[in-house]
Design a protein around this ligand. Sequence first.
Ligand SMILES: C[S@@+](CC[C@H](N)C(=O)[O-])C[C@H]1O[C@@H](n2cnc3c(N)ncnc32)[C@H](O)[C@@H]1O
Length: 255
Amino acid sequence: MSITSEFSQDQLVLVGVGPGDPELLTVAAVRALEAADVVVHPIAYEGAEGMALAIASRWIRPDQRCLPLLFPMVTESQPRIAAWRQAADVLAAEVRSGNRVVLLCEGDVSLFATGSYVQLALRRHHPDVPFVLIPGITSVSAAAAAAAKDSFDFPLAFQQEGLLIRPCPETHAELIALLQSARKTSTVLGLIKLGQRWSWVRAALEQEQLLDRALFAQRVGWPDQWVASAQAVPDDVRPYFSMLLIRQQWPEVLP
Ligand SMILES: C[S@@+](CC[C@H](N)C(=O)[O-])C[C@H]1O[C@@H](n2cnc3c(N)ncnc32)[C@H](O)[C@@H]1O
C-alpha cells in the first residue's frame, strides 16, 4: 500500500492545505479529502467564509458535509482554550459516530497553526481517538517560489545559513535588534503576521538600508497575490495575510 493511500484509511486527518493555490495541496491531502465524510474547517467569526475551506473547495464534493468551527482571534486565553476543547470534542464525536473526518488548516498543519492546538487538545481529552497529520506547503515557501516567477530570486536558506520564521516584532526597537542579530548570524528572516505593522516596519527597513533586500508577499497563491520588493510597497496598512522575507547577505560562493 502506498503512503498516500494509507492516509485515506485514517478516520481523522489534520490536513495542511497550503497557502492559497488549490494546486498546492499535496496528493495525500487530496486523497484524504476525497475519502472524508465530514470536512471540518476553522472560521474566525460566525458567518465567515473560512480561508482553508476556500483553498480546498475545488477538492470537496457536494455530498460531503462541511462543518465550520469557530476559533476566535482574541488574546484572552479562556475563549481560545474553550474553542480548542470544543473542536477536539466535535472531531472525536464525529469519529465515534463512524465518520471519516478531515480538519483543514491553512498552510502547514504544524506551523503557527490552529491545528497544533487541536492536536494537543485531542491528545489530552480524547487519547483513544487516533489521528494523523498531513503537512502542507507553508506560506513562506510559497512566497519564495512566487518571487522567482517575477525573476526575483529569493532562496530561503543556503548551506550554512539559518532561517527564522516568526511573527513580526511589536516595536521598532525589537525589530532593529532582530535585524542586527540576524545579520550577525547569517539568518534569513520570515516575518509573518505583518499586516498593520507594515506602516512602521517599512521605516525600520529603510533605516537599516534593507528595503531592497526584503521581499513583501501578500495573499500568496490567491488571484490578488502581490509579491514585490519591499521598496515598491507604500507604508500603509497591509492585510493579515502578508509577510516579509529578509535576506541581508548572500554566500560568497555562488553560481
Ligand atoms: C497563523 S499564521 C499561519 C501560517 C501557516 N500555517 C503556514 O504554514 O504558512 C498566519 C500568517 O501566515 C502568513 N500567511 C499565511 N498564508 C499566507 C498567504 N497566502 N500569503 C501571505 N502570507 C500568508 C501571514 O503572515 C499570516 O499573518
